[in-house]
Design a protein around this ligand. Structure first.
Ligand code: F3S
Length: 294
C-alpha cells in the first residue's frame, strides 16, 4: 500500500498565527477566553481548554468582567468588537490578516455606495463578520441557485469568503454577470486554501481512498472532502486516527491524506502512523511508501 500526503495539508498561516498567540499566553501563565472556538477543530479547542484558555459565547460576557478575550481567526463585525472592548479588559485580536483585508475592502465598497455581494456561507462566522463591515446594501450568495434568486442590479462589487472553491465562485459569477454590472471583483479566496484544494484534488485523482482530516464543523475541511469525492476517490472525513477502520482499505493500493487548515500536525502524524500499522497488517513484508506531495 502506498500512502501519500497532499501538499499544504494542515495549519495555514492564519491558524498558525492564532494558535501561536494562545501558546504564548499559556507560556506566560495567562488565563484567557476565546469568543467561540478559536478554530474549528475540537481537539485543538480541548487542548487549550485544558491549559486554561476556554471558548465562551457572547452571553457569558455579562456575568463578570473578563480579563483576556481573544477574537478568533474568522474575525467579527465592528459592533461586536466595540461591545467586547466595553466589557473586557484586554481584547486580543487573532483575526487572520487575510480576513482583515476583506473587511477593509467591504468598508471601501460601502463608502463608494456600491452594493456588496459576498460569495460565501451565510451562517459562517467569517461571512457574518464581513457583512458587519458593510454599511450599505449587502447580499450573501452561497451557491448557483441562490445566485439565480438575486434581484437584477445596476452596479455591484463582489468579495469571496476565503475558503470558497474556485469552481463555486465561477458558477456564481457567471450568473451574477447576467444580473447587472459587476464593477469590482475581489477574488479574496485565500492562497493557502487555493493551494490546499488544488493539491488535494490532484492527489484524489490518483488514489483509491482519501482520508480528509479535520473538524466535522470545519467549512474548509468539508469542502476538501467534496472536492476529493468529485475526483472519484472514496472519501472518509475523520477528526482523529481512532476513527479509521481497517475494512476501509481492503484491496486498496493507494491512500491519500489531506487535512484542513485547522488540523494540527500531531493529528496528521497519528493518522499516518495508524495507516502504516494498517498497511503492515495487510502485508507484513510490504514496505509502506510515504510521500509528501506527488
Ligand atoms: Fe487565513 Fe487563509 Fe487560513 S484566510 S485563516 S490563511 S485559510
Amino acid at each position: 500500500m502506498k500512502i501519500y500526503i497532499a501538499d499544504y495539508s494542515g495549519f495555514c498561516f492564519g491558524v498558525k498565527r492564532a494558535v501561536g498567540i494562545l501558546e504564548n499566553m499559556v507560556k506566560n501563565g495567562e488565563e484567557a477566553y476565546t469568543l467561540g472556538p478559536i478554530i474549528h477543530n475540537p481537539q485543538v479547542v480541548e487542548y487549550f481548554t485544558q491549559k486554561g484558555i476556554k471558548p465562551i459565547e457572547l452571553n457569558d460576557l455579562d456575568s463578570e468582567r473578563k480579563r483576556n478575550v481573544v477574537i478568533r481567526t474568522h474575525g467579527i463585525e465592528p459592533g461586536l468588537e466595540k461591545l467586547l472592548k466595553d466589557k473586557v479588559i484586554n481584547v486580543i485580536d487573532a483575526t487572520c490578516p487575510f480576513v482583515k483585508r476583506v473587511h477593509k475592502i467591504a468598508e471601501e465598497i460601502s463608502k463608494k455606495g456600491l452594493m456588496l455581494i459576498i460569495i460565501g456561507e451565510k451562517d459562517h462566522p467569517e461571512v457574518i463578520g464581513i457583512k458587519g463591515h458593510c454599511f450599505g446594501k449587502c447580499v450573501v450568495v452561497e451557491n448557483k441557485s441562490e445566485a439565480e434568486k438575486v434581484d437584477n442590479f445596476d452596479k455591484a462589487a463582489v468579495v469571496v469568503q476565503t475558503t470558497q472553491t474556485q469552481e463555486n465562485v465561477d458558477k456564481i459569477m457567471e450568473i451574477l454577470n447576467q444580473k447587472g454590472e459587476i464593477v469590482e471583483f475581489y477574488n479574496t479566496r485565500c492562497d493557502a486554501t487555493a493551494k490546499r484544494q488544488d493539491a488535494a484534488k490532484k492527489l484524489a485523482k490518483m488514489v483509491d481512498v482519501m482520508l480528509v482530516i479535520g473538524g466535522k464543523n470545519s467549512a474548509n475541511t468539508n469542502k476538501l472532502a467534496v472536492i476529493c469525492e468529485k475526483e472519484g476517490a472514496r472519501v472518509y472525513h475523520i477528526e482523529t486516527a481512532e476513527e479509521i477502520k481497517k475494512d476501509w482499505f481492503k484491496e486498496t493500493d493507494k491512500v491519500g491524506i489531506t487535512a484542513g487548515a485547522s488540523t494540527p500536525d500531531w493529528i496528521i502524524k497519528e493518522v499516518v502512523n495508524k495507516m502504516e500499522e494498517i498497511a503492515k497488517q495487510f502485508d507484513e513484508n510490504h514496505e509502506t511508501e510515504i510521500r509528501k506531495g506527488l
